[in-house]
Ligand binder design. Structure first.
Ligand code: ATP
Length: 353
């Protein structure tokens, strides 16, 4: 089946005084996986439920391949859905769970059984069809839920925090599997998560929501390197905010270093906040009794992350800055030692506080 394009257009939904969705716009290309990311309560689940047809918007429309499906019931929408809780039928076997939607569609028993087996194979648990949900691990149950959602050959796959209930290792495994299956089938997919790492690693594009609206939708690398707003810059990845001053139309001075600035730029002389990733900050060890310097601070913590160690330094004015160094250099910066910031790459963003 050719993949379908999905469009969410000016969606609004209020619950009493709460505006869960406030003009949400989002378009998915056929076969695309878009992760819907945002803080708790920003409206992700509401958006997904409206797309699924479980919920009606107060205004706006959902379009599938250009056709307005807003008035259609969930059953008529050709969408497969996977929830955070596995929500399998406990009295049915894995195979019967997968075949459930086909039974509703009056598919003959042998074809149902064959399709269930094919799907269980696809999600990596062929041979487990006769087991009941309580005989499966959380990760396996979620694979059955994915197979069940796909059995009806939906045009769109909707995933609502499908990995949140799983432990870390299973979560990573299943994340990769979901992406593999999604690419295999070329199915248009909306994946709701509040976990930025999950969103960046699985999606073609990540849609960041804030207070019921779309803040930015872009490819993971672009979102990380070129966030459109301070909200996105700070929500995605780790970010430092350091004081600086514009010294030219395209130069900012921060911690005694001059860095080039792209995009919208405040006029020279403006006091700004400079947003720098930890990997764009270098450190130099300085003697304990060095002269006062706003770029020098005290090492608070060193967090070992494998190849890199993240060192947190607190400057004289109380600003905390995190710097990522190759782990072999970490011993140069013991706790309570002194270190000077060496901003080493252009800022992600410069904002007027
Ligand atoms: P989370 O990540 O915590 O699941 P979310 O981004 O999915 O959050 P939603 O569940 O869509 O957010 O909720 C958006 C807002 O609407 C929240 O303020 C929530 O409290 C409110 N809300 C959602 N559903 C209802 C409801 N049925 N009745 C009243 N308020 C609701």
């Amino acid at each position: 089946m050719p993949a379908a394009g999905l469009e969410l257009s000016a969606l609004r939904r209020c619950y009493g005084a709460v505006r869960a969705l406030d003009g949400l716009e989002l378009a998915l290309a056929p076969g695309e996986l878009v992760a819907l990311l945002g803080p708790s309560g920003c409206g992700k689940t509401t958006a997904l439920r409206i797309v699924a047809g479980f919920e009606r918007p107060d205004a706006g429309a959902v379009r599938l391949d250009g056709a307005d499906i807003t008035p259609l019931s969930a059953a008529k929408r050709d969408m497969g859905m996977v929830f955070q809780s596995y929500s399998l039928f406990p009295h049915l076997t894995a195979a019967q769970n997968v075949a459930f939607g086909l039974r509703l569609r009056k598919t003959a028993a042998p074809a149902r059984a064959a399709r269930a087996e094919e799907l269980l194979e696809l999600v990596g648990i062929g041979g487990h069809g006769a087991r009941y949900p309580h005989q499966l691990s959380g990760g396996q149950q979620q694979r059955v839920a994915l197979a069940r959602a796909l059995a009806i050959r939906p045009k769109v796959l909707l995933l609502d925090e499908p990995l949140s209930a799983l432990d870390a290792q299973v979560r990573l495994q299943l994340r990769d599997e979901i992406r593999r299956v999604q690419l295999d089938l070329g199915i248009t997919t909306l994946f709701v998560t509040h976990d930025q790492e999950e969103a960046l690693s699985i999606a073609d594009r990540v849609a960041v929501m804030r207070s019921g609206r779309l803040e930015q939708c872009a490819a993971p690398a672009q979102l990380y390197q070129r966030p459109a707003t301070a909200f996105v810059a700070q929500f995605v990845g780790t970010m430092n905010r350091v004081r600086g001053t514009m010294v030219d139309t395209d130069l900012v001075e921060v911690a005694g270093h001059r860095l080039p600035v792209d995009g919208e730029r405040p006029v020279p002389g403006t006091k700004v906040e400079v947003l720098l990733r930890p990997e764009a900050v270098g450190l130099e060890a300085v003697p304990a009794r060095a002269a006062a310097d706003p770029a020098v601070g005290t090492v608070r913590t060193a967090t070992f992350l494998g190849a890199i160690t993240r060192i947190a330094v607190v400057l004289e004015d109380g600003t905390q800055v995190k710097a990522d160094l190759p782990s072999h250099r970490a011993s140069e910066f013991p706790a309570a030692g002194r270190a000077r910031l060496v901003p080493a790459a252009r800022p992600v963003l410069v904002i007027e506080p």
